[in-house]
Design a protein around this ligand. Structure first.
Ligand SMILES: Nc1ncnc2c1ncn2[C@@H]1O[C@H](COP(=O)(O)OP(=O)(O)O)[C@@H](O)[C@H]1O
Ligand SMILES: N[C@@H](CCC(=O)OP(=O)(O)O)C(=O)O
Length: 369
């Protein structure tokens, strides 16, 4: 069956073709491919990087100290150049574009999330290509998603896409970074994202992109758990977008999981930033991962981070493996008092009680699979 709605993410590495400026000749080719897909009845959402690179180019490569304010300046200048370029390039194919600049705060707050979703749907309903980037000009580290791989996965969830295409400067995910390992082999199919796969995915060394393959794997993991297929491929492979959309074998394909998470759990996974960690013993690990139970105080060995009730935390085992992510019903202070203790001791120790479940299974996404 054909795809209905596709998010295409273009990394800086693709947009600049490895140079220091936007490669407009290649951007028009990518716009053509996306326009053809739209003409074939597939809705396309573009998540584009390149604002900072475009800002540097427009200001003729100023030598600035590497501060947050200067990056924001470059993004503010570059984003307008970037959207101007896309708007002109898509107009060649008779298409309008609409710009959405998002931060984590827009995805975290339910009302803003629904607002962004309505805008995306309205644009698509009018055959207008939504173009998304992080709102780098205003986003501080605290409210940033931080990289466009993760942002594109959240965009795919937001608009209920069925395919996410991450285009980059490599043919896909290799079993080692091909820049430093000439013998590295392309991994064509991934059925499960686990720690051994994460170890293969390195950061970005080109100085152009943010996050490298590590953030692409994070993005793939979020999307596939929401039932969205993911492909990582080269943005310079001829007709790559059409081929991926036609299910030809290009790059690395990640299958979607069979029973996608319900939307509340998708939001827990993709929305709020994690604010701490609960380290748990083997019994709690089995209860949470194998038996799908809530996390009780008895199994908690240590608490890391400062957080309030309702914060999103990682549950990790003593070997540091991430088991689950979920929302805590107790704050960090309370948890340090009751960890390792029986549920019956919560009330006597704290003077109140929000229930036995520290993280209830309905508020938890198990990740060790
Ligand atoms: N296992 C791997 N397979 C492929 N590329 C990898 C791997 N590990 C690290 N990388 C690096 O990831 C880079 C792509 O990510 P990045 O530089 O962030 O580009 P983009 O701008 O497309 O997001 C590649 O150039 C490569 O050096
Ligand atoms: N939002 C930034 C890009 C951040 C980013 O993740 O870059 P990349 O790894 O090239 O996709 C920009 O527009 O410059």
């Amino acid at each position: 069956m054909g795809y209905r709605r596709v998010v295409v993410k273009l990394g800086t590495s693709v947009l600049t073709s490895g140079s220091k400026k936007l490669d407009k000749a290649h951007m028009v080719e990518l716009a053509r491919q996306m326009a053809m897909l739209m003409r074939a009845g597939v809705e396309v959402v573009l998540c584009t990087s390149g604002a900072i690179a475009a800002g540097r180019e427009h200001l003729q490569y100023p030598v600035f100290p590497d501060t947050m304010a200067n990056k924001q300046l470059l993004a503010a200048v570059g984003q307008s150049q970037l959207i101007l370029a896309w708007s002109q390039l898509f107009s060649i194919y008779g298409l309008h574009v609409g710009q959405l600049l998002l931060t984590r705060a827009d995805l975290q707050d339910r009302e803003r999330y629904l607002n962004a979703r309505d805008t995306l749907n309205a644009l698509l309903a009018h055959n207008i290509i939504p173009i998304i980037n992080e709102n780098d000009a205003v986003a501080t580290n605290e409210i940033k998603v931080g990289d466009n791989d993760n942002l594109s996965a959240r965009a795919a969830l937001l608009c209920d896409a069925d395919l996410l295409i991450l285009l980059t400067d490599q043919k896909g995910l290799f079993d080692a970074d091909p820049r430093t390992n000439p013998d590295a082999q392309l991994i064509k199919q991934v059925a499960n994202i686990d720690d051994s796969l994460r170890l293969l995915a390195g950061g970005s060394v080109s100085g152009l992109g943010t996050g490298g393959m590590a953030t692409k794997l994070e993005a793939a993991d979020i999307a596939r758990r929401a039932g969205i297929e993911v492909v990582i491929a080269s943005g310079h492979h001829p007709d790559v977008i059409a081929k991926v959309a036609a299910r030809e074998s290009v790059g690395t394909h990640f299958s979607a999981i069979e029973n996608p998470l319900e939307s509340r759990k998708q939001w827990i996974l993709a929305g709020p930033a994690t604010q701490g960690k609960l380290i748990v013993d083997a019994g709690a690990s089995t209860a949470v991962v194998a038996n799908g139970r809530s996390l009780l105080s008895k199994g908690i060995i240590a608490v890391e981070g400062k957080f309030e009730r309702g914060a999103t935390l990682l549950i990790v085992d003593q070997q540091g493996r991430i088991l689950a992510k979920g929302m805590s019903r107790y704050c960090a202070n309370d948890l340090t008092k009751i960890s390792g203790k029986h549920s019956n001791d919560i009330e006597p120790l704290l003077g109140y009680d929000y229930g036995d479940a520290i993280i209830h299974r309905n508020d938890m996404v198990v990740l060790d699979n």
